[in-house]
Write a protein that binds this ligand. Structure first.
Ligand code: DX5
Ligand code: ZN
Length: 222
């Protein structure tokens, strides 16, 4: 049984019918919550107050993806409100290890994300400090963009290093994941998949989740 996680992104959900859309993804592993501040990325979504309500409403745990500057200041609050997983961007802090330790201490899984232009080799030495590493497969900011296959070497490099170290870190991909692209991401070593438009754009989101899960499981290494 391979270990595949499918995390729908509510960036593609109906923001004024969030509860109804959350009920449509009960078969997901986590709900992926994209927090954007209009500084780190040129788009704005929601902050802690909204995320707290999503937390209270969601049938599955929260996987919070912070696309915000000053992660040190804001990330712990998302762990405190009960998010199961909090991922900040490597580009948004000078102290990634200290911040990850703080998140774990509060009780969340600690995640770190890298934009397409940021190498991941910086994370090899400190891999054990994180529960999840997110390789962005689009420039962060918007849903519905095209998957970047040239990120696959970054992913397979991380996967090889994780194997070498016997690390239990989850390798997540986010951006342009669909039935057409998930297999190559799984083959490169991803085990945790964010999908926005491919899930919420489908007539039956739970069936889309199941389809993605099957496709990924057939190509995963785990
Ligand atoms: C983009 C966000 C993604 C986005 C993915 O910055 O981090 O989570 O919702 O959307 P799709 O799956 O449509 O590319
Ligand atoms: Zn995201």
């Amino acid at each position: 049984m391979s270990d595949v996680r499918i995390n729908p992104s509510i960036l593609s959900a109906d923001f004024v019918n969030m509860q109804a859309d959350l009920d449509r993804i009960a078969g997901a592993d986590f709900v992926h919550v994209d927090v954007m501040d209009n500084h780190f990325v040129p788009n704005l979504t929601f902050g802690p107050q909204m995320v707290e309500r999503i937390q209270a409403t969601s049938p599955v745990p929260l996987d919070v993806h912070l696309m915000i500057t000053d992660a040190d200041r804001w990330a712990p609050g998302y762990a405190e409100l009960g998010a199961a997983s909090v991922t900040f961007h490597l580009e948004a802090t000078d102290e990634p290890v200290a911040l990850a330790r703080r998140l774990r201490q509060i009780g969340a899984r600690a995640g770190v994300a890298v934009k397409p232009g940021t190498p991941a080799g910086l994370l090899y030495e400190v891999m054990d400090e994180f529960d999840q590493i997110l390789v962005m497969t689009v420039e962060p900011g918007f849903g519905g963009q095209s998957f970047m296959p040239d990120m696959m070497p970054k992913l397979s490099g991380l996967a090889a290093e994780a194997r070498r170290r016997g690390s239990a870190v989850w390798l997540q991909v986010d951006g342009g994941i669909s039935a057409d692209t998930i297999e190559q991401a799984a083959a490169a070593g991803a085990d945790t998949f964010v999908a926005g438009s491919a899930v919420f754009g489908a007539a039956d989101p739970d069936a889309a989740i199941a389809g993605l899960r099957t496709a990924a499981a057939g190509h995963s290494h785990s």
